[in-house]
Write a protein that binds this ligand. Structure first.
Ligand code: ARG
Length: 584
């Protein structure tokens, strides 16, 4: 059960106004400026009642104040509502005390299913740093949807098809390589990359090599056993490397069906388009004209040489996903650079009157920029000596730096624990940096900023979590047999602020799902952590404000709030894809 501060007030107002409960409840929410605990903009309601908004706001003051623990004031067209701390505490305790994880649970998605296509890298290449975006936005969305009650299908649509494989096979055969060579390599993907470079160079110098590569591509498409065997070998070797990074990030998938899987499933789509008269020829290629859909360029369905295309494959894959999962929503977490691709094939799906068209969403995002120390500027493709920064390199570097911080701050921890904490903090820093702001914007990554314990960072939230854990430990050591927690004893305004932030987390979760925007939760957690920090710091000056104070009853009530905040923060970090260490 999530905390509901709104319904009783909305109910009371709705009866008074003789308007639908849902209409009033939908307007009542956190104030945009910190003017009160809740605010009601009166424009719409005033129109329905045919009075001026400021007049209505004024009239409603006395109405809401009929409720116990509620005070109000009008500010122009807004009704600002203040709730008594005990009332907020009572509501939060009722909803969360037994199971604080409920702060981030909802049944909004019950009975609904969402497919999420994310990460989806190309085989035989490394996961570059920019892959963090699709991978971690997708991961966060999958976990948030699940927390909101949806059934989730996590899909890694591997780019495991294309002419590159013909080249690789040709190179492999020419050089007389064997499985052991690949297995002996430190890193199979680098091995394949250098093979690719060598064969491409050879093909440039000798046209017969290029022809050989084309021949292998054809054989691969036709299902030649040797070609398939090598393709499979390359694919598995790359997957092994990918999995190492996914394990480090804690990312999982339910389906790994890649592009190759759809090789023989595209013709039916092409035939259907043909039958419906939707295909036109354009310099030998087959296209669907989309001018009626408001798109200038047509969507390419088949190349002039008969080869299939990205859009056709996505259409076939979508039919397949709908047949398998009957999704209510299907997300494609792919950079904004591919926005047109998604517009185009969504439009073709509309031409085909697919029942699922309205359920498709392209979840676009901006690029990640990395600080280039040599050039003193933000660079789009971060490189180290001209080689693209690999995701794994960035993660390992972040872990190394976090380890140095942990060694300095937590010398009391043993070696293993220090390394575990460093891993959580290093990775958390990189991941949170990617999720903290609106996904459509570009993200700047700088190690020092991301790892800072202050500001909008993962380590800041992780530290807040660890600080709460330590207070719980101190409480347990101080009071062996504590009284039960009484919400009426939480009367401080800084305690109320923490309670209100806790109560708002479920709304933030629903916004993530509604707008496919993990930053909504990231920001709500930052706001809650800031409120927690203000509250805990009050105890430094004022002894009576301390959580583990001399009065056992008050201490028990406060530590109950500490525990709820700690569990909610830990859960919030988890759904965003971060670990929450107990000590740091
Ligand atoms: N493999 C593609 C790339 O690296 C991304 C695939 C995204 N998913 C999709 N269904 N198109 O650009």
């Amino acid at each position: 059960m999530s905390v509901d501060l709104i319904s009783p007030i909305a109910q009371h107002l709705a009866v008074h106004l003789d308007l639908p409960f849902a209409q009033v409840a939908g307007l009542l929410g956190p104030p945009s400026r910190p003017a009160g605990d809740l605010a009601l903009p009166c424009f719409v309601l005033a129109k329905a009642k045919q009075v001026a908004p400021p007049q209505l706001a004024q009239d409603l003051v006395a109405v809401v104040e009929e409720l116990p623990g509620v005070s109000a004031s009008a500010a122009g067209p807004f009704l600002n509502i203040d709730l008594a701390p005990e009332m907020v505490a009572e509501a939060v305790f009722t909803a969360l005390l037994d199971d604080p994880v409920q702060a981030l649970r909802s049944d909004q998605g019950a009975g609904k299913r969402v497919c999420i296509d994310y990460s989806s890298p190309n085989i035989a290449k490394h996961l570059a740093f920019h892959h963090i975006r699709s991978t971690m936005i997708g991961n966060a969305l999958a976990r948030c949807y699940r927390a909101a009650g949806w059934d989730t299908v996590r899909i890694n649509f591997l780019g495991d098809w294309g002419t590159a494989f013909g080249r690789l096979i040709a190179g492999w055969q020419r050089e007389g390589l064997c499985v052991e060579d690949l297995q002996a390599a430190d890193d199979a993907v680098t091995f394949l990359n250098t093979l690719y470079v060598r064969i491409s160079q050879a093909a440039k110098e000798d046209p017969s090599v290029a022809e050989e590569a084309r021949a292998w591509s054809r054989r691969l498409e036709e299902g030649d056993a040797r070609a398939r065997e090598l393709w499979q070998l390359f694919k598995e070797a790359s997957l092994k490397e990918f999995r190492k990074v996914y394990d480090l990030l804690g990312v999982e998938f339910d389906s790994w069906k890649g592009e190759a899987y759809y090789e023989d499933k595209m013709q039916p789509v092409v035939d259907e388009l043909q039958d419906q008269g939707l295909l036109t020829e354009d310099q030998g290629a087959l296209v669907v004209d989309l001018t009626a859909q408001g798109l200038k360029k047509p969507c390419l369905i088949r190349r002039a040489d008969g080869g299939s295309l990205y859009a056709t494959r996505d259409l076939a894959a979508c039919d397949d996903r709908f047949a398998d999962y009957a999704f209510d929503r299907s997300l494609y977490v792919v950079d904004l650079g591919q926005a047109l691709h998604f517009k185009e094939w969504f439009a073709v799906a509309q031409c085909l009157q697919r029942p699922y068209v309205d359920r498709l969403r392209h979840i676009g995002f901006g690029v990640v920029l990395m600080w280039n120390e040599e050039e003193k500027s933000w660079a789009k493709t971060a490189t180290r000596n001209g080689v693209p920064m690999l995701l794994v390199d960035v993660l390992e570097e972040a872990i190394r730096r976090a380890r140095a911080i942990v060694d300095e701050k937590n010398p009391e921890l043993d070696e293993d624990e220090r390394q575990t904490v460093a891993q959580s903090v290093g990775i958390g820093a990189v991941v949170f940096n990617d999720l903290k702001s609106g996904r459509r914007g570009d993200v700047k990554f700088h190690f020092d900023d991301a790892l800072s314990m202050q500001g909008e960072t993962g380590p800041y939230l992780q530290y807040a979590h660890a600080r709460l854990c330590s207070i719980e430990r101190r409480f347990a050591a101080t009071y062996a047999d504590p009284p039960s927690a009484d919400p009426q004893l939480l009367q401080r305004s800084d305690e109320k602020t923490v309670l209100l932030h806790l109560a708002r987390l479920s709304g933030a979760l629903l916004r993530v799902v509604q707008e496919d925007e993990p930053s909504a939760l990231a920001q709500a957690l930052l706001a809650m952590a800031a409120a927690v920090s203000t509250w805990l710091s009050a105890g430094n000056q004022d002894h009576s404000a301390r959580v583990v104070c001399d009065d056992p009853a008050r201490a028990a009530a406060r530590v109950a709030l500490v525990r709820m905040a700690r569990v909610a923060l830990g859960e919030g970090l988890y759904v965003l894809g971060l670990q929450a260490p107990q000590r740091m």
